[in-house]
Design a protein. Structure first.
Length: 125
């Protein structure tokens, strides 16, 4: 008889992939890193889409908030880029970056307190 090794126990580092509070925090961090490393924002968006509807509880509102933050931020970013030809776009791009950071920080703070986002469908803050 051959000796089979016992099945490997799941690693502790794998829990960030499971829908829940840790995973939502990872998405927020990826979004903030996306301001410097663009592709990480897309990775965060994919993770949020994959886990939305699976987490349940207060975390669901965070996934909705994260997905809307990405798409609304992209829309605002494109508008500010187009307006850069008339100079006001530079100021608007700065405002969009501040808006994006504030939404991520609000989400992180609510997540750490174990609270849902009060208005996850809002366009502002």
């Amino acid at each position: 008889m051959t000796d089979m090794p016992p099945p490997a126990a799941p690693r502790q580092t794998d829990r960030w992939l499971e829908p829940g509070q840790t995973n939502a925090l990872v998405v927020y961090i990826l979004y903030l890193a996306g301001l410097v490393i663009g592709i990480s924002g897309l990775v965060g968006l994919v993770i949020a889409y994959v886990n939305r509807g699976k987490a349940g509880g207060f975390v669901e509102s965070h996934y909705t908030w994260q997905i809307r933050t990405f798409w609304i931020g992209l829309l605002y970013g494109v508008i500010s880029f187009l307006l850069m030809f008339v100079v006001i776009g530079f100021l608007l791009a700065f405002a969009v970056a501040v808006w994006f950071i504030v939404r991520c920080i609000i989400g992180i703070q609510a997540l750490q307190r174990g609270e849902p986002i009060k208005k996850p469908e809002s366009w502002l803050i």
